[in-house]
Design a protein around this ligand. Sequence first.
Ligand code: C5P
Length: 234
Amino acid sequence: MKKELLYEGKAKQVYKTENPKEYVVYYKDDATAFNGVKKDTIMEKGMINNSISSILFELLAKEGISSHFIKKLSDREMLVKAVEIVPLEVIVRNISAGSMSKRLGIEEGIVFSEPIFELCYKNDDLGDPLINDDHAVAIGLATREEIKAIKEQTLKINEVMKAFFEKAGLRLVDFKLEFGRYDGEVILSDEISPDTCRLWDMSTNEKMDKDRFRRDLGDVIESYKKVLERIEDK
Ligand code: C5P
């Protein structure tokens, strides 16, 4: 099924297949933070994130949000549509945390009355700078129409995921999405996992996501496994 390696990122590899319209995504155990400055291997992370992403893409499909996901192939692999990634990191924030708290000098944990929609230019050399939709259009990252479609889908994804994680006793603090072009449309792509979402335990506010790695809190894989256990069969 897998043919030549097309792309290798920090946490995943993308392979071509015999079908030019399909790729295989392979989830690695590698973890990086702070734009690659902090690096480690977290045993089993690839398997857990492949499972969590698959569950979330299936959930979203049931709610009418299509994505690049076709099916889970194995522990570490999923078959996806061969999209062309839009070089934007699309971030939604429901609760203050991370770079927004730092940039604006606000404490973590403030619950916003409306979700905050952010765009970053996906460019490692520049450190993924925060931009707005005018910048994205001006420098040719996406068209106005694409950004409108991305925003609409993203806000719907937020509602579906917030409710789903709540049932699992988890607060969806913020997350990052990527979109890809396929058959003239922009569809949800990449992954959705504790590497790309902040998830806090509803009763204790314990962090159950990549901040455990970023901030050396310990029990990284144990927390990822707990997230998977809590969302399985939900
Ligand atoms: O670091 P920051 O607060 O901007 O991150 C917001 C959200 O986006 C977090 O859930 C984080 O895990 C995710 N993110 C990501 N990949 C990046 C930057 C942020 O998945 N390169």
